[in-house]
Design a binder for this molecule. Structure first.
Ligand code: PEP
Ligand code: MN
Length: 374
């Protein structure tokens, strides 16, 4: 059960203490306090845990400081979308707003290679009006003999170049908790020229200790990849680990599912699940067409499969597109065969714009023409 208080309730107030004293008296119920800090108001929520089924919702709602009480289903308590749940989705990070209504493209290098490549990518992004990118410093690889990423050595110059080109958010995968500390230290030392969204890759979806660590810090939002071989419910429960530890600034990213049916694509594209995740939770939902499709194959219509898959996600309301680009794919250190070329950025963004408009038109059409529900 979530008890939502009136905005800007002062915890020193007698009315607040009266509510807390009441909850303290309840048998087998404990609570956690969570402050949602918005641009102009702070909303305090009390998460009641334990034997809440027997509690009288009306009685709790009658307390002066209480705005509303929401009964949550067992699963995804913090990130879930519950009946009559007024809590907003999304968050603002480093001046960029993320929600179930926004759309941001994170085009960039799967793995940081040279300074020249990073700069060429960032210059192209800035010219195209982009403020987000992806840059892999820590790469989880199938083989221990493959390139594992430049690690913390590249962070200072990657952050400096991002600042120079006005990039505000870099999606960067981490595979160990120490990587969060290394990113934090490098950002501090470079004077915070940019921001980082910590990415949890599909191989770590159920690495619960890593999730708890990342969840305990609230500074960096999290781009959380769906597990490639587990149920959607298991992946959503794993995302909830982040929120249950305190970090609810989480974007859920679809990236295809592993199948063994000789598929033409690296993974089976699962972007039809965007509306499902938006219905079950309040998280913004992203897509990774590069790691889903895994190639630069093109269809008879001349359009690349990776762009068709992107379009399928965007027309279903995706809020983030994570996509591999490289100025010199032949010299990419990871995933060169699936990467788009920097010269293709304008084409890609235009395709996304066309499809996003179609999605917004679909929403408007639904609002205008849908017959009333009976
Ligand atoms: C990536 O985005 O670079 C990546 C490795 O993706 P995934 O974890 O989805 O395989
Ligand atoms: Mn990759």
């Amino acid at each position: 059960m979530i008890v939502i208080l009136h905005p800007d309730t002062d915890k020193a107030e007698a009315a607040y203490r009266k509510l807390v004293a009441y909850i303290d008296e309840l048998a087998n119920v404990t609570y956690r306090v969570h402050d949602v800090v918005g641009a102009s108001h702070t909303v305090t929520e009390l998460y009641l845990i334990g034997n809440t089924a027997a509690l009288d919702q009306r009685e709790i709602e009658s307390f002066e400081v209480v705005e509303r009480v929401v009964r949550v289903s067992q699963e995804y308590r913090v990130l879930g979308r519950h009946k009559g749940d007024p809590r907003a989705s999304g968050f603002t990070y480093n001046g960029v707003e993320f929600s179930q209504d926004e759309l941001h493209v994170f085009a960039g290098l799967c793995a940081v290679s040279t300074r020249e490549h990073v700069e060429a990518m960032m210059r192209a992004l800035a010219a195209a009006g982009q403020v987000c990118t992806r840059m892999g410093a820590y790469k989880p690889r199938t083989s221990p003999y493959s390139f594992q990423g430049h690690g913390r050595a590249c962070l200072p110059w990657v952050f400096e170049l991002a600042g120079k080109h006005g990039l505000r958010v870099i999606a960067m995968e981490i595979t160990h908790e120490s990587h969060v500390d290394e990113i934090h230290a490098a950002l501090e030392q470079s004077g915070r020229p940019t921001g980082v969204m910590v990415q949890i890759g599909t191989r770590n979806t159920q690495n619960f200790e890593l999730l708890k660590y990342v969840g305990r810090q609230r500074e960096y939002p999290v781009l959380f990849k769906r597990g490639f071989g587990i149920t959607l419910e298991e992946s959503l429960n794993a995302a909830e680990y982040l929120a249950s530890e305190g970090n609810r600034n989480v974007i859920f990213c679809l990236r295809g599912m592993k199948t063994n049916l000789g598929d033409p694509h690296r993974n089976m594209v699962d972007f039809a699940h965007i509306p499902v995740v938006k219905r079950l939770t309040r998280m913004p939902v992203g897509i990774d067409p590069s790691h889903s499709v895994g190639s630069r194959e093109r269809s008879a219509d001349g359009i690349l499969d990776v762009m068709h898959a992107t379009a399928q996600g965007v027309i279903a309301g995706a809020n983030l597109v994570l996509v591999d680009f490289h100025p010199e794919p032949a010299r990419a250190l990871v995933d060169g065969p699936q990467t788009l070329r920097v010269e293709e950025l304008e084409w890609f963004l235009e395709d996304v714009r066309i499809v996003r408009e179609a999605y917004l038109a679909r929403r408007a059409c639904m609002a205008r023409l849908e017959p009333p529900q009976t």
